[in-house]
Design a protein around this ligand. Sequence first.
Ligand code: SAM
Ligand code: SF4
Length: 470
Amino acid sequence: MRHTLTDTFINHDRIQSLLEGSHTQPEPSRVEDLLDKALDLKGLTPEETAALTRVESPELVARIYETARSIKDTIYGRRLVLFAPLYISNICHNECLYCGFRASNRDLGRRALNEAEITREVEALIRQGHKRVLVVAGEGHDAHDGLDYARRAVRAVYAAGERADAIRRVNVNLAPMSVDDFRLLASEGIGTYQLFQETYHQPTYARVHVRGPKADYLWRLEAMDRAMEAGIKDVGIGPLLGLADWRFEVLGTLEHARHLEERFGVGPHTISVPRLEPAPGSAMASSPPSPVSDEEFKRIIAILRIAVPYTGIILSTRESSEMRRAAFSLGVSQISAGSRTDPGGYTEDEPGGEREACQFALGDHRSLDEVIRDCARLGYIPSFCTACYRLGRVGADFMDLAKPGEIKHHCDPNGLATFLEYLLDYGSPETVAVGTKCIEENMARLPEQAAARARKMLDRVASGERDVFC
Ligand code: SAM
Ligand code: SF4
């Protein structure tokens, strides 16, 4: 029976028993042992992770945060990769009760951007300084037309702009497809294929996905297997926090990551941590069935950072600027900025305004320049780097490089060079002042070899070269 709960790598009984067996607080000495072990950067087992989700004492939660910060710093340094979502269509046949795009929301203005409109949107993003885009769409076409439309959209994004002033990596967040269709999508040169399971808890999944192709839990759960079978090396997973018990979602995410690692030798490239936000016409979005508090949200990020140390964690503009700041230090390595969640939003919206055709409400309305200035002020290096993808360091090759901490010798110089590019080409005078100081401070922290490499790259950018990477 394909649709029984126990048939998949998400074993509900096992997860439930790990969580139930854990109603009591773990002993402080056990938590300390786990956190010491985590510093070896080998991740944690589901049992160990379940124990961390139970910790409530403020002292031990503080120790979890400290460990997450240390792991984040060792593997990712102070870089924060920036990207913009590009909503190309809000037409959708599905009925996800939490989403503004769901089919029964008759008040929503619907559209699928054509190629000329996509090009205009991308040009607007390029003018802001973006280099990485995440293409997002509702599931509004049948499988064949949907794939065809998505492929044309990816091509239009790559084709917009001029050589160095162009989008250098296109990731996608699109409905799941067959292996053959994933192969065709891969042939367009996409970066990461991203898809959120929303909830790993199947009964909850059935309750909130009431109609349409997305109602099939297994078709979605197995999407990453099909994507990787089709040769897509980087995949991004994530739960939509607020639908089911967050502890179940953390363990589900971990089991998903472990399953991919076991089967393909490499786990997910990224984990996203979207939290349910109010959405037009959705009562559930304003009143989540299992709300996640700010404090719990920080714990989720920290525990994921500790349990899956080499997987990037993505935070979107769903969160407020205050929460984003806290999350950076606990483990987040990629953020979106200056986002719009309505098709056409970058060229047609009033500055600072919110449109009715958006998918959900944004928590952070600042421009890319403001977000960059804030990150730089906090000492982070805003990075637009796409070097790994373009040099073929993806999937297992990326993880092999990442694991011994080697990646830092590439990522820090690449991050600094792309940041300088941004400052010279797009930065406001205020951001240039803050950013220049941030670059020098970070240069002083680099080991000798990486600093020498970074200095050479910064000099090349300063003298007018663009798209410099190693
Ligand atoms: N339609 C495709 C799908 O559902 O997989 C891809 C695009 S969908 C717009 C991207 C993601 O938006 C969903 O996977 C869901 O996690 C998220 N989302 C939907 N409604 C949301 C809400 N109210 N708050 C936050 N995120 C939401
Ligand atoms: Fe459609 Fe995706 Fe929104 Fe569900 S989450 S209604 S599939 S756009």
